[in-house]
Design a protein around this ligand. Structure first.
Ligand SMILES: Cc1cc2nc3c(=O)[nH]c(=O)nc-3n(C[C@H](O)[C@H](O)[C@H](O)COP(=O)(O)OP(=O)(O)OC[C@H]3O[C@@H](n4cnc5c(N)ncnc54)[C@H](O)[C@@H]3O)c2cc1C
Length: 397
């Protein structure tokens, strides 16, 4: 019998396993992952941005964990020789409406105690000659890394500390008994005293396996990218972000330098018809059936119908997508947009149709479940792990 079983080998499950092995040396800990490698889903299909924490509600877990996580990501990369860069990010306003929104975000960044610098149109031009805007602000602490390598390194440290990782172990069912938990997987059954689930796109299904009452469901949103033609890689020096529309939940199509020197354009946010569907033609009848049976799904659709249709259009027609980036970087042309793999976000939606904004955890006497860990959860992975460990000490004792 294991002391702890953790399900999900993304960045959250792996950081939790590693931190647990540090805090409780000598305890037996098993990490179960259904894929042949770690970090195959959200963690391995993201923008690689080390966020500073500009956007989030002051005092929220997202705001607190992101700010702390930003420092911890850089420190971890330094200590373990992982690649990272700190080019900073520019939020660019292209018209007076966006300028007013940018003012509010600037204020929020200050409330979140993030160092920001306001730039006039001329100062923006000096820093980024190929970017057009009426103003911008600079977030120095934003950077980039490779979260897949980050996860692999934590798994190595976990194994070195005596932890066990089982790949290709898909969890099929869970049972909580008075004195143990039974985890049924494709590799056989495992028994544990305590369970932590970090299953990203299927977090709700694992919670339901235990019969816990929850008020949310995961709705998948695909984030599609293009890669900029390599000849234009030096067109930007910072990460370039639009000012997000506050009525929409995602950050808007941005230009991101990746750790290998390439530049991605994206991601958009398209409702996915399959939880692990990385192509715009992928669909799963099980996933669709679950979605349409959920009241919150229809409310989200009603609230976001117009923007949803635009996102679909831009997903199928490159010209529309191009327009989003041309707005602030007019020199990019359709031929500069090369294919790049998409990612799928796991977004919890409540029964009343609200996208759950903050990180969300649910627990029973022997279990803790990470139910909503969208961006900036990669940046925040180490503080999230610390939070889970603190919660485990309270709940499990
Ligand atoms: C397009 C996109 C861009 C993003 N950009 C950024 C960014 O720039 N910066 C940032 O901080 N965050 C970003 N994020 C968010 C970030 O990637 C995620 O919040 C983070 O990776 C979540 O990690 P996770 O471990 O919870 O989930 P995942 O990485 O999805 O891991 C969950 C794991 O659970 C496993 N699993 C599921 N079911 C089972 C089962 N039944 N049995 C066994 N294993 C199972 C899966 O195979 C998977 O490996 C982005 C996300 C997306 C999709």
């Amino acid at each position: 019998m294991y002391d702890y079983i953790i399900i999900g080998g993304g960045i959250i499950g792996t950081s939790t396993a590693w931190r647990l092995s540090q805090r409780h040396p000598g305890k037996s800990i098993l990490l179960l992952e259904k894929e042949k490698d770690l970090a195959r889903h959200q963690t391995g299909h993201n923008s690689g941005v080390v966020h500073a924490g500009v956007y989030y509600q002051p005092g929220s877990m997202k705001a607190r964990f992101c700010r702390a996580g930003n420092e911890l990501v850089y420190r971890f990369c330094q200590e373990h020789g992982l690649p990272y860069e700190n080019p900073g990010k520019l939020l660019v306003a292209t018209n007076p409406i966006e300028l007013a929104r940018m003012g509010k975000l600037f204020q929020r960044a200050q409330e979140n105690q993030i160092e920001v610098e306001w730039l006039t149109r001329e100062q923006l031009r000096e820093r980024e000659p190929h970017v057009r805007g009426v103003g911008a602000f600079l977030v120095r602490k934003t950077g980039i890394t490779d979260y897949r390598r980050f996860t692999d390194k934590m798994a190595e440290l976990f194994r070195n500390a005596g932890g066990e990782v089982r790949l290709g172990a898909e969890v099929l069912n869970l049972k909580e008994m008075p004195d143990e938990l039974r985890v049924e997987t494709t590799l056989g059954d495992f028994a544990g005293r305590h369970l932590i689930t970090c299953a990203g796109l299927v977090s709700d299904r694992l919670v339901r396996m235990l019969g816990l009452a929850v008020d949310f469901q995961i709705v998948p949103f695909r984030g599609e990218y293009y890669q900029l033609d390599r000849r234009k890689n030096s067109i930007i020096h910072h990460l370039i972000y639009p000012v997000p529309d506050p009525s929409l939940p995602f950050l808007g199509v941005h230009l991101t330098r990746m750790i290998d020197g390439s530049v991605t354009i994206g991601p958009n946010a398209v409702l996915a018809l399959k939880r692990e569907g990385y192509h715009n033609t992928d669909l799963s009848f099980r996933d669709i059936k679950e979605m349409v049976a959920f009241r919150g799904f229809w409310k989200v659709i009603r609230k976001n119908l117009r923007s949803g249709i635009v996102e679909y259009k831009n997903s199928f027609f490159k010209r529309g997508y191009l327009g989003l980036v041309k707005k602030y970087c007019p020199e990019i042309e359709a031929d500069d947009l090369k294919p790049h793999p998409a990612g799928v976000r796991a977004q919890a939606v409540s029964r009343n149709g609200a996208l759950v904004e903050d990180f969300l955890f649910v627990n029973s006497r022997r279990t803790i479940h990470v139910c909503n860990a969208p961006s900036p959860a990669a940046t925040s992975a180490l503080p999230i792990a610390a939070h889970i460990l603190d919660q485990a000490e309270r709940v499990f004792s």
